[in-house]
Write a protein that binds this ligand. Structure first.
Ligand SMILES: [Zn+2]
Length: 269
């Protein structure tokens, strides 16, 4: 079994988790910039975090022979103060030059507020200007449908944007179709406790009936989460009768295809 973990917040995980990922067949791990479990008190906190994502964490992963990639942005949860958020955005171009950076993400919406929308739009424009891939976080629970529609409308309003270079993450039954039908990529996030379990993710796949432009991820972080959620979902796919070829396409080749649009992504052996 080989797979790519395209969304994991490894700065909050232990070295045992790196060992477990590698032993399960993970060939590369990608880490979007996000909320760190607390609000940072200054722009310097973001600079340190971006250094961690582009310098320290890839070196930590390399000790386990695991390639580590990052996405850079200010997340929606910390985008409520526009002055502060704009200071952080000014830092981003410098970090887009770093060797392990795949694009701008995970940007998006959390509570669908006016300030979040403004900062999201600004970062979409920044990604287009710097010819970067985009990774989008969609809100959870009752805000998801409205937030996803809002995000798709904003993305489509940017003339220079190729939907094939944007992945909308945390899709669910009621949002997967509109994301994929409009030409974007979709991510299914697996959570051990709430939201999307591996069986529910596979239900979604069977229902949608097409695994092109889709990936799965664990989104593991500092909260209750499972860095091995993806290999567990692979077991569920096998149990439901998906062929090894179809599984490989979904958990390895699809992420490789999307991520290879960034010149910094090296296809793992
Ligand atoms: Zn995340």
């Amino acid at each position: 079994m080989r797979y790519i973990e395209p969304h994991a917040h490894m700065v909050s995980r232990t070295t045992d988790d790196y060992t477990a990922l590698v032993m399960a067949g993970c060939k590369a791990v990608c880490e979007p910039a996000f909320w760190a479990g607390f609000d940072r008190s200054s722009v310097h906190g973001f600079r340190d975090y971006f250094c961690q994502l582009t310098d320290y964490e890839p070196r930590r992963a390399a000790k386990f022979q695991l390639p580590h990639y990052s996405w850079i942005c200010i997340n929606a949860k910390e985008a409520e103060d526009p002055v502060f958020a704009n200071e952080v955005i000014e830092l981003i171009p410098e970090f887009l030059q770093r060797q392990n950076v795949l694009g701008v993400g995970e940007i998006g919406l959390n509570k669908n507020s006016v300030n979040e929308v403004a900062i999201f739009e600004k970062q979409v424009a920044l990604a287009i200007e710097h010819d970067q891939l985009i990774l989008v976080h969609t809100p959870h629970l009752e805000d998801k449908l409205k937030g996803t529609r809002l995000i798709l409308d904003i993305l489509k309003s940017h003339q220079g944007l190729d939907p094939n270079r944007v992945l909308i993450d945390h899709v669910e039954e009621h949002t997967i179709r509109q994301v994929l039908d409009q030409g974007f990529w979709g991510g299914i996030t697996l959570y051990p406790e709430s939201k999307c379990t591996p069986p529910r993710a596979v239900d979604m796949l069977e229902h949608y009936g097409d695994t092109n432009r889709l990936w799965m991820n664990s989104a593991c972080d500092w909260g209750v989460s499972d860095p091995l959620a993806l290999p567990k979902a692979i077991l569920e796919l096998r149990r439901r009768g998906f062929s090894e070829t179809a599984i490989d396409r979904f958990v390895y080749q699809n992420p490789v295809e999307f991520l290879s649009q960034s010149p910094n992504f090296v296809v793992p052996e």
